[in-house]
Write a protein that binds this ligand. Structure first.
Ligand code: ADP
Ligand code: ASP
Ligand code: MG
Length: 467
């Protein structure tokens, strides 16, 4: 018996036409590829943002905007239900209205408290998936597929790091065996919420933004699927974000290392945590386009493949700051780097790239822009003595930074790749502020100003065609 786990993203369930397409894809997969198909879906596109902005607005004391969000949510789901659900429309809308009432009640109390805690954010932001699974499962039933909506709060068990919870694998495996396996054995298509889970105590959590891909990876592994397919709104993983670089092409095959670098450095098409569990379990992972299902998309394989094109893709992460610790007295002093990153770690900030000048007179690294203040304060405190003694001159932050990353396993064996990259950026007038090479040697990152980012992507992209 073959099992396939398929995840459909926000655009893929964004309106009635898209959901009809999803139903068709699932029907076809059951007929041609696997007897058992488990489906994971995101919230309809834009819904998670809407839920979040409503609750944050309530926390800031506004009494109306979460009601506006609630109205928009109702309209989006009602419109799709009107077109898709026939006699299931009324019971579906009853459930949606119930979830929306929970949302507004929650936002009202957040407004009274004046604070949206991570726990409150997880509960409210996860409601979009709880709505979309009901819509998609009902739409499938209307088209003759036996499907059932499942809230992953009863399946994916996580720790309590709200907003970025980590799954507990043993507990999740046990729930998958108890809840999903019997459904599949009875020929039912479970339509499971992406993005969300719950603690052992049953408190709702989320796996982080874009986390539905990760949900699919976890369920795919726990179901011992033959393959995991991520359905999105582009033809697979491409040589650049096609919204910025229209010439971007689909990459047919990518290795685990390459796609991990791409995902980590901003290619939103796959959540970075998706890849490892699936590949380690020896399960092929594919990325395909819901709106162009005959296109083969991208296949992700465990090992690097021989290729004529050393550079496969270029990506960007925006909204960052570069922090620099500098001072002539730092030279040769042991432990400065360890203390720097120790102080940063205590703020709970993750560092994206690090680059140290060879003179040892400065250390610079890049962090998310919203952590800038906390990181600078922590470093000023950590080095108060050295600053007073003028061993360290200053800790500075440069906001409005983007990291551009060039990825390809074939770059290792080819000399001169960095030269080609700098020629390309230089020719386009892009100023490179700092550079770092990934330890796996399959990526090179450049730090540029936010306003240069798109130009840098377009300047570097033609190198993906070179040998
Ligand atoms: P979904 O809702 O299906 O999860 P996302 O919006 O999270 O979809 O991810 C798909 C989007 O990722 C694409 O529409 C595309 O604009 C963007 N993207 C960024 N970099 C890449 C890339 N290298 N290849 C493909 N898509 C990319
Ligand atoms: N709906 C969630 C988000 O927007 C999860 C996802 O789409 O993967 O982040
Ligand atoms: Mg996504």
């Amino acid at each position: 018996m073959r099992t396939l786990t398929m995840k459909f993203g926000g655009t893929s369930v964004g309106d009635a036409d898209a959901i009809t397409q999803v139903t068709e894809i699932v029907r076809q997969a059951r007929a041609e590829t696997a007897e058992q198909v488990a489906v994971v879906v995101s919230a309809m596109s834009g819904v998670t943002d809407l839920l979040q902005s409503g609750v944050l607005c309530a926390a800031a004391g506004d009494a109306t905007c979460h009601h506006e969000a609630a109205r928009d949510l109702r309209e989006r789901h009602e419109e799709a239900a009107r077109r898709l659900l026939g006699d299931e429309r009324d019971p579906f809308m009853e459930e949606i209205n119930h979830l929306i009432e929970e949302y507004t009640r929650f936002c009202d109390s957040v407004r009274v408290l004046g604070e949206a805690t991570p726990r409150a954010l997880d509960y409210t932001m996860g409601l979009g998936e709880r709505m979309s699974v009901r819509l998609v499962a009902a739409a499938m039933r209307q088209r003759g597929l036996e499907a059932q909506a499942v809230d992953a709060t009863g399946v994916i068990v996580t720790d309590d790091r709200f907003q970025n919870a980590a799954p507990l694998l043993e507990e999740t495996q046990a729930s998958v065996d108890r809840v999903l396996v019997p459904m599949l054995e009875r020929g039912i298509v479970p339509v499971v919420t992406g993005f969300i889970g719950a603690t052992k105590e049953g408190i709702s959590t989320t796996l982080g933004r874009g986390g539905s891909d990760y949900s699919a990876a976890l369920l795919g592994v726990c179901l011992r699927s033959d393959e995991v397919w991520i359905w999105t709104d582009v033809d697979g993983v491409m040589s650049a974000d096609p919204r910025i670089v229209p010439e971007a092409r689909t990459i047919e095959v990518l290795s685990q290392r390459e796609v991990s670098e791409l995902a980590y450095f901003g290619a939103k098409v796959l959540h970075p945590k998706t890849i490892r569990p699936v590949l380690e379990a020896g399960i092929p992972l594919r990325v395909k386009n819901t709106f162009n299902p005959d296109h083969p998309g991208t296949l992700i394989v465990p090992n690097d493949q021989a290729t004529d094109h050393p550079i496969k893709a270029v990506t960007a992460i925006r909204g960052l700051s570069m922090i620099t610790v500098e001072g002539k007295g730092m030279m040769g002093v042991p432990g400065i780097a360890a203390r720097t990153f120790g102080a940063v770690a205590r703020t709970g900030t993750s560092v994206l790239i690090i680059s140290q000048a060879s003179s040892e007179q400065s250390i610079c690294f890049v962090v998310p822009e919203d952590s800038t203040r906390a990181v600078v304060d922590a470093l000023n405190e950590e080095f108060a003595l050295e600053i007073a003694r003028r061993d360290i001159d200053r800790v500075t932050a440069l906001e409005g930074i983007t990291i551009i990353t060039v990825v390809g396993a074939g770059m290792r064996e080819r000399p001169g790749i960095a030269g080609r990259i700098f020629t390309a950026t230089g020719d386009h007038g892009v100023n490179v502020i700092a550079i770092a090479q990934g330890s796996s040697e399959c990526s090179i990152s450049l730090v540029v100003a936010a306003e240069d980012a798109d130009e840098a992507l377009r300047a570097i992209h033609p190198l993906t065609l070179e040998n």
